[in-house]
Design a binder for this molecule. Structure first.
Ligand SMILES: CC(C)(COP(=O)(O)OP(=O)(O)OC[C@H]1O[C@@H](n2cnc3c(N)ncnc32)[C@H](O)[C@@H]1OP(=O)(O)O)[C@@H](O)C(=O)NCCC(=O)NCCS
Length: 159
């Protein structure tokens, strides 16, 4: 799979493709920049089959990890390099992932920190709804914070 992307000047070199072993160094570096509890290299290695990157030539701009089981899927990770946030790349990764979901998938789930307003806003714009919360689920610098559980109906019976 390959998709041209937005903005700015080098867009002909942009693509969305499966994550490869050679990408892992950049992927882990992005993860360490953006996450308070970053995934390890091993976690990404174990998720390679479920992972997609958005790349500009050899540079990784962002990635998404979505696992599917028995008619349901879950977004395990979604990130854009801080230098490229706010430019539409997260939307592009999410929309591509939604478009690539197997036809059998009917529900897509995710968990997000209650304080992560950019991500929550992005998910609300894509019609995810909050289905619940897990109290004190995530560690923070000062203690713990809740996770919001969000879901979106996908596929033919979404109405
Ligand atoms: C969440 C994330 C993937 C969004 O990617 P992005 O490329 O910055 O997002 P986009 O430019 O595509 O913006 C999409 C929407 O996200 C929301 N958004 C993005 N940045 C925002 C910000 N700083 N403040 C508020 N909302 C924001 C907006 O709703 C925006 O849509 P709009 O511009 O039409 O209002 C990115 O901010 C990121 O990597 N954050 C750190 C990792 C993370 O939190 N991942 C999600 C874990 S559940």
């Amino acid at each position: 799979m390959s998709t041209s992307v937005l903005n700015p000047s080098n867009k002909k070199q942009d693509s969305i493709r499966d994550m490869q072993i050679a990408d892992l160094g950049q992927v882990v570096a992005i993860e360490q920049l953006i996450s308070q509890s970053p995934w390890s290299l091993k976690q990404f290695e174990q998720s390679l089959d479920d992972a997609t990157v958005l790349a500009r030539a050899d540079k990784i701009i962002g990635f998404v990890v979505i696992a599917s089981v028995l008619g349901e899927a879950e977004i395990h990770n979604l990130a854009v390099h801080p230098d490229y946030q706010g430019l539409g790349f997260g939307s592009l990764l999410l929309d591509d992932a939604l478009a690539q979901l197997p036809e059998s998938i009917r529900l897509l789930h995710l968990e997000v920190r209650a304080s992560n307003f950019p991500a929550i806003r992005l998910y609300l714009q894509r019609d995810f709804v909050q289905m619940g919360e897990r109290r004190d689920y995530y560690k923070t610098e000062y203690g713990r914070e809740d996770a919001l559980l969000m879901s979106k109906r996908v596929g033919t019976d979404k109405d």
